[in-house]
Each structure stands twice: as structure tokens, then as C-alpha cells.
Design a protein around this ligand. Structure first.
Ligand code: PLP
Length: 443
């Protein structure tokens, strides 16, 4: 009997009682390798002593002070740490409690920016199909995943969707990667002109798409062209790095690899590494100045924003990442990790694509490698793989995203940055075994 409304009413998940490094343990003593960081959260693994110590220290000072009255040393230190290492041009930080809150805040900042600049007609948000930006109503409106949106559609705010940059699915055989990237980016210009050249306030995208597509990075040149289009039409570029940011792709920010700086950058998950709920919006000096020289006030706020405990955890996580050089370590391990996945999966008849950056890797499963036909959604392949992997002591993040109106399947790997070569071998071995068990059950 449980009084908790779990994600599914059909079963109660195992009870997590201990976390240590890359492992989680349930109340029956079963050990799981956390190869997805929950949902790309636990970048430092579990139970890191320095983060726990920092939390204790903060608790001894002050656990909570409302931002309507106070700031805190931890929040100020976190903002400074983030801006020290942020892409040039981003000058200030707004702290919230998670990814959806960060996206909501970024969208509202974009809107208020244009009010401050006396351009109130700019109200349209353009976003991409096959994207996920969170589950609160504004963030869900921005996302393009049909399955997540469908039943809430009447409640969502109006947004406009263009295609993602997803070469495996949408690049034509007659075009180069650069040509495809340019063609995909041009959809933004077309949409802006369709809505009115001074009517659009923001374009939001994940540099590497996580939950809905399984680590799909845009082709080289795509985001550069997107940045040019945004500049040409005065549209703000919001990059959502809630999942792919904070070192996960082998650079602190994923957009560094695309050579672009957004006007607004959302982060969460790896920011606090799961030790506390925290998210943030990094904003450009131009946006900050518009508020500072205008109303002097961003009309938003949450009771728990810039929470001292959350900020203290994030400072500790980011300090350890930096001191232990874990982001370059992730970059250095990418090719080994991919090679192991290729060795185990590339010859499987059901693996269509292996992709991603750093410790953010995806495997797309298809019924037919030539036609790229997706599996029948009623097979619930992702749920079966998740359950089988759990049985074999492995946490991975399989999902069913929408591909051309049909549900496709992929498995996302997003382990702690402390994963060693021998751990990678173990993760890939357990995953290959779990996936083969599911397919042999299917017959
Ligand atoms: N944005 C992206 C890209 C995400 O992947 C997620 C969560 O998976 C969110 C926003 C929402 O974050 P949260 O679940 O912390 O609200």
C-alpha cells in the first residue's frame, strides 16, 4: 500500500536507500549501475563527500532566506562561478529550482525584454518538433513531442514548430551534411517571415536533443546559421541545455561546440548533480541592461528561487568538476565509449544509429535498418528495455520519441562523469545483454 502517486499507478518502483559513486542500491540490497544519471542529472555520481560536506556547512549557516528580503553567499558565489566560465556575452544568472522553471523564466524574460524595448507586438515563440523543454504548461508548449503534448493541447500557449536538425532521419541522400544543416536552419527564416518579420520574440532549441530523440546533435553549421537568422530579424535565441549542458557533452556548454552564444541559456540537472533541485537562466548583458535601464524589475519569481542549500550544492559540484578536470575527461572518453557501443551493437539488425557527444550517447532502434522503419509503438520497447536492464542491475534511459508522426525508440546513456573504462565495458555488456533478452522475448 502506498499513498504516493508514482509515475505509474500500476507498479511501485524499488526503494532507493543508498547511493555511492556510480551505484544506487535498493532496500533489498540490489545494486544498479546508474548509466543515465537518472535523467542526465548525477554528473558526479552519488554520495560525493565534498558535496555532502558543503551541504552540511550551508545548513549550519542558513537553510533558507526569501529572495524578497535577502541574497545569500552561496547564490552570489554560484552566479560568479557560472559567469566566470560562461560563453562570452552572458553576464548574469537567474536561479530557479529546475529545468522547467528555467525554461518558463527564459520565455518570460524574452517577452518582457521586448516590452522594455517598446516592441510589445513580438509575442511568437518558434520551437522544434522532437524537442522537450519541460512539463509545466509554458515549457510543454515550447516542446514539440506530440505524445507529451496531446492531452494538454487545449491548455497550451500558442507556439510554432519547425523541423529539428536530425540527419539520420531527415538528411537527403543527395545533399551534404552542410547543405542539410543550411536547409534545416532555413526553416526558421521561412517561419519568421510567415509570422511577420517583427512579430517573433524567440526561437528555443536544445543543442543536443535529449529526451525525445536520444542525443541528436545538430549538423555543423546549423546553429551558426540559426544565430545569423535570429540576429537578422531581432529574434532572441534561447538554447536549452538543461540536459546537455554542464559538461555532459565534453565541453561545459554544448553550444561551445557549435560556435554560437545564445541570448538566454537554460541549465539544470548537472548544475546541482542531483544533490539539490536547481536550475538557472544565463542571460546576456543586453537583456540585463534592458531590465536595469527599463522597469528595473523582472516580473517573475518563485518562493524557492536562489535557494541557499541548492546554490551551495551547485557550487560544490561545479568546483569538484573543475578541480578534477572531469569535463575534459568526458571529452577524452567519448571515442572509447562509442567504440564499445559500436562493437556490441553496430551489427545488430535493430540498431539504426549510434550518436551523441561526450557522455551523452544515444542508440536508435529500428525494425528495418534500410528503410529506418520504426517499431510498432504497441510493443513498448523502451519500457521493456528499461525493465530488463533494471533486472540486470543497470539504469539506462530508453524513450519513445515521435518520428514523422510515429513513435520511434532509442536508448539514452548519460552516466556520471567519473565512469572508468572498466565501468564502460560493464555498462555496454549489461545493456547489450538486456536488449538481446528483450528481442529474443519478442521472437
Ligand atoms: N529542458 C530539457 C532539455 C530537458 O531535458 C528537461 C528535462 O528532461 C527539461 C527542460 C525540464 O527539466 P525539469 O524536469 O527539471 O523540469
Amino acid at each position: 500500500m502506498t499513498f504516493l502517486l508514482h509515475r505509474s499507478t500500476e507498479n511501485t518502483p524499488p526503494v532507493a536507500v543508498k547511493g555511492e559513486g556510480i551505484y544506487l542500491y535498493d532496500s533489498k540490497g540490489k545494486q544498479y549501475i546508474d548509466a543515465c544519471g537518472g535523467a542526465a542529472v548525477s554528473c558526479l555520481g552519488h554520495g560525493h563527500p565534498e558535496v555532502l560536506e558543503a551541504l552540511h556547512r550551508q545548513l549550519d549557516k542558513v537553510a533558507y532566506a526569501h529572495t524578497g528580503f535577502f541574497t545569500s553567499e552561496a547564490a552570489e558565489e554560484l552566479a560568479e562561478t557560472l559567469i566566470d566560465d560562461a560563453p562570452q556575452g552572458l553576464s548574469h544568472v537567474y536561479l530557479v529550482s529546475g529545468g522547467s522553471e528555467a525554461v518558463e523564466a527564459a520565455l518570460k524574460m524574452a517577452r518582457q525584454y521586448f516590452i522594455e524595448r517598446s516592441e510589445p507586438q513580438r509575442r511568437h515563440i518558434i520551437t522544434r518538433r522532437q524537442s522537450y523543454h519541460g512539463n509545466t504548461l509554458g515549457a510543454l508548449s515550447a516542446g514539440g513531442n506530440e505524445w507529451r503534448r496531446a492531452q494538454f493541447a487545449p491548455l497550451l500557449i500558442q507556439t510554432h514548430h519547425i523541423s529539428p536538425c536530425y540527419a539520420y532521419r531527415f538528411q537527403n541522400s543527395t545533399e551534404s551534411a552542410e547543405e542539410y544543416a543550411y536547409r534545416a536552419a532555413q526553416e526558421l527564416e521561412t517561419k519568421i517571415l510567415e509570422l511577420g518579420r517583427d512579430q517573433v520574440m524567440a526561437f528555443i532549441a536544445e543543442p543536443v536533443v535529449g529526451a525525445t530523440s536520444g542525443a541528436v546533435a545538430a549538423e555543423k553549421g546549423y546553429f551558426k546559421r540559426i544565430r545569423e537568422i535570429c540576429d537578422q530579424y531581432g529574434v532572441l535565441l534561447i538554447l536549452d541545455e538543461v540536459m546537455c549542458g554542464m559538461g555532459r557533452t565534453g565541453t561545459l556548454y554544448a553550444c561551445e561546440q557549435d560556435g554560437v552564444v545564445p541570448d538566454l541559456l537554460t541549465i539544470a540537472k548537472g548544475l546541482g548533480g542531483g544533490y539539490q533541485p536547481i536550475g538557472a537562466v544565463l542571460l546576456s548583458k543586453e537583456l540585463y541592461d534592458a531590465f536595469a535601464n527599463g522597469s528595473g524589475f523582472f516580473q517573475h519569481g518563485h518562493t524557492y528561487m536562489a535557494h541557499p542549500m541548492a546554490a551551495a550544492a551547485a557550487v560544490a559540484v561545479q568546483n569538484v568538476l573543475k578541480r578534477d578536470q572531469l569535463v575534459p575527461y568526458v571529452a577524452s572518453m567519448e571515442s572509447y565509449f562509442k567504440r564499445k557501443i559500436h562493437e556490441s551493437f553496430a551489427n545488430s539488425s535493430y540498431v539504426g544509429d549510434i550518436r551523441g557527444r561526450g557522455f551523452f550517447l544515444g542508440i536508435e532502434l529500428v525494425e528495418d535498418k534500410v528503410t529506418k522503419q520504426t517499431f510498432d509503438p504497441s510493443l513498448n520497447l523502451h519500457t521493456r528495455i528499461k525493465q530488463e536492464a533494471l533486472k540486470n542491475g543497470l539504469m539506462v534511459y530508453p524513450m519513445g520519441g515521435t518520428v514523422d508522426g510515429k513513435r520511434g525508440h532509442h536508448v539514452l546513456l548519460a552516466p556520471p562523469f567519473t565512469l572508468k573504462q572498466s565501468d564502460i565495458n560493464e555498462v555496454v555488456e549489461r545493456l547489450a545483454y538486456s536488449v538481446s533478452c528483450v528481442f529474443s522475448d519478442l521472437g
